[in-house]
Structures are given as structure tokens and as C-alpha cells.
Design a binder for this molecule. Structure first.
Ligand SMILES: [Zn+2]
Length: 109
């Protein structure tokens, strides 16, 4: 039997440019510097290598089961239910304008 091996995700230079611009947008909107490792892990987790159509937004924890999300397109806020132990990024659409959003959940300690 062959042992399972980790497979690196190949990112072409055009993918890389898209990801770079997404990362910059994310940092501008959240006012935070994202480290490439966790950003790429999040993106890879969601299979968003070609993430051009998605908008990254940050959620504010309202309760253990719900977060407030502010849409980066229409700036409307809406509540989203999350399960305990959810992945730290969730794909959703804005209830106001229908934009496709990737909600980045802060890890709670
Ligand atoms: Zn919206």
C-alpha cells in the first residue's frame, strides 16, 4: 500500500494574481494584515482558487450560534446562523443584494 501523501496545490501565476488582489481587498475591508498561510488555507478549504467572484467579509460574533455579517458590496448587515465548531470560513449570499460572500469567522478562544 502506498502511504497517503500531501499534495501541494498548484497555483498558476494568474491564480496568484487573483489571490493577491483578493488578499488586498480583504485587508482593506477588515483593516487587518492577513498572513498568507491562513489566507491560502481558507481559500483552499473552500476550493476558491479562482476566487475572483467572491467577496471576503468579516463577521462579528453576536452569540454562540449567530454572527452579524456586513456585506462589502451593499454595506447592509444581516445575521447568519453558525454551528458550533464551524469551519472558519463560510460561503453565503447577501440577503440584501445577493452578492456572493465568503465570511471569515474569527476563531474564538
Ligand atoms: Zn449585499
Amino acid at each position: 500500500m502506498t502511504p497517503a501523501k500531501q499534495r501541494p496545490i498548484s497555483i498558476s501565476s494568474s491564480d496568484r494574481a487573483v489571490l493577491d488582489s483578493q488578499k488586498q481587498r480583504f485587508e482593506q475591508r477588515t483593516g487587518e494584515r492577513t498572513n498568507w498561510g491562513s489566507f491560502l488555507a481558507t481559500v483552499a478549504l473552500l476550493g476558491l482558487a479562482a476566487a475572483g467572484v467572491y467577496y471576503f467579509v468579516r463577521a462579528t460574533r453576536r452569540s454562540p450560534q449567530a454572527v452579524d455579517v456586513q456585506c462589502s458590496q451593499c454595506h447592509g448587515t444581516f445575521q447568519m446562523a453558525v454551528h458550533q465548531g464551524s469551519d472558519r470560513a463560510i460561503y453565503t449570499t447577501c440577503s440584501g443584494c445577493g452578492a456572493e460572500l465568503v465570511v471569515y469567522l474569527e476563531t474564538q478562544h
